[in-house]
Design a protein around this ligand. Structure first.
Ligand SMILES: Cc1cc2nc3c(=O)[nH]c(=O)nc-3n(C[C@H](O)[C@H](O)[C@H](O)COP(=O)(O)OP(=O)(O)OC[C@H]3O[C@@H](n4cnc5c(N)ncnc54)[C@H](O)[C@@H]3O)c2cc1C
Length: 395
């Protein structure tokens, strides 16, 4: 049996560790190395924690379908352990709004792919949107696409904590340390070397290092087109609550906004991809906060006039581990270095993909192939060939 070292113990590293034990890998031969066991600065800690079926590529739809089935039956998937809580899913749905023919075409094509996978996506004319959610100003909107089930907020933190806890209880070692280099003596992976000089031997090293994924790959002599990019979140209270759930609305301006909290809440969450979007240092959490007043709030208040009167409660910056080739996951063994596996580049939709990605990579390690769902289109090979994974529904 192989010795596995996982670099990074956040949602991906913990999912993989748990899945390895679940598929029968000896837990004593799995080590997770994490540089910051508080996890306070990782992508997982800064997420908006939503899940959608509304992807354009059928494989991304299938990955999220498994994700939602897994979280809806979390305790059963975790062996029925009475201590394990059920995971909250608040299925307000995503509502993509189209304001031009190209975006309309994209929504229609994606709808067909989603239907084929059994998703509950419905296309809606502006009148139908207005009848269901009268608070929108739909000026300029020609079509909407709404996920009527299995889309919305989910409590990813609970999944993360219980994957980590059960993996540890089963005997996986979680080590506090920073992987400074991958040991490639002999022309294949032989282990990792930590910043304090400690060496941990391994046949398989998995790069689950989030926004530091390219640095870890570089330490093995490999390039990975993954960059830390800042993404902002604002949480605000509205003076005049909308009185019903706000779907996760993706406006043609690029601003997105959703309900934050279950019940008659008047708290909402918004974000957008900044116009100025360079690669940053993974320790840089400084913010260009003026964009809230300059672009984001005006766009929101135009689409939802009730949001003229709001009060920002808090805001934060997190990092996407953006795969600059195609904004999609990179998963699988690297053909350039035997034993080196990548689980990186999730680009803003990793939380919802963590169940399927952990299962898939665990299958590759334990069985030598994907068993449940063929995830090979996410492989490193496409990256090396410069052939993007086709997915236009990127937020
Ligand atoms: C603002 C924001 C909103 C998002 N919203 C959503 C959403 O709604 N839905 C969704 O599905 N996804 C969303 N995401 C994306 C999702 O949160 C991430 O894809 C996911 O959390 C990535 O998990 P990860 O484990 O791969 O990486 P991370 O959570 O970044 O964890 C990587 C870990 O590796 C450790 N590490 C790094 N280098 C080393 C090293 N050399 N040695 C040891 N340890 C190391 C780090 O300390 C860290 O703990 C969002 C992300 C952001 C930033």
């Amino acid at each position: 049996m192989t010795d596995v070292v996982i670099v990074g113990g956040a949602i991906m590293g913990s999912s993989l560790a748990w899945w390895l034990t679940e598929l029968g890998h000896d837990p004593a031969r799995v080590t997770v190395v994490e540089r910051d066991p508080t996890y306070e600065n990782c992508g997982t800690a800064h997420t908006n924690s939503c899940i959608r079926q509304q992807f354009g590529n059928p494989l991304n739809v299938a990955v999220s379908r498994f994700g939602v089935e897994f979280l809806k039956d979390f305790r059963a998937h975790m062996g029925g352990d009475e201590r394990v809580p059920e995971v909250l899913l608040h299925p307000f749905g995503y509502l993509y709004l189209a304001g031009d023919p190209a975006e309309e075409d994209r929504l229609r094509a994606a709808h067909a792919a989603q239907q084929a996978q059994g998703s509950g996506t419905v296309l809606m004319a502006p009148e139908e949107i207005a009848a269901r959610w009268p608070f929108y100003d739909l000026d300029g909107i020609t079509l909407g696409s709404w996920g009527s089930r299995d889309e919305g907020y989910f409590d990813g933190t609970t999944m993360f904590e219980w994957w980590r806890r059960i993996a540890r209880e089963r005997g996986v070692s979680f080590v506090h340390g920073e992987v400074a280099g991958v040991d490639t003596a002999g022309g294949r992976v032989a282990g990792v070397v930590l910043a304090d000089g400690t060496r941990i031997g391994a046949d398989v090293v998995v790069n689950a290092a989030g926004s530091r994924g390219a640095a870890v790959a570089r330490s093995a002599g490999l390039d990975l087109p993954v960059e830390p990019r800042k993404r902002y979140t604002w949480v605000f209270e509205a003076a005049r609550p909308l009185g019903q759930d706000l779907p996760l609305t993706i406006d043609p301006s690029g601003v997105h906004c959703r309900q934050d909290g279950v019940g008659p809440a008047n708290q909402y969450m918004a974000g957008a991809t900044p116009a100025h979007d360079p690669a940053v240092d993974p320790d840089d959490f400084g913010g260009e906060w003026e964009m809230w007043e300059e672009t984001i709030w005006p766009a929101l208040a135009t689409r939802i006039p009730a949001f003229e009167e709001i009060r920002v409660k808090r805001a934060w910056v997190g990092h996407y581990d953006l795969n600059v080739l195609d904004a999609n996951a990179i998963l699988g063994f690297h053909p350039g270095l035997e034993g080196f596996a990548i689980m990186n580049g999730f680009s803003g939709h990793g939380l919802q993909q963590s169940a399927a990605m952990g299962r898939g990579l665990a299958e590759r390690i334990v069985h030598g192939r994907y068993v449940s769902l063929d995830l090979s289109p996410f492989g490193v090979e496409r990256v090396l060939a410069g052939e993007p994974f086709a997915e236009r529904a990127v937020i």
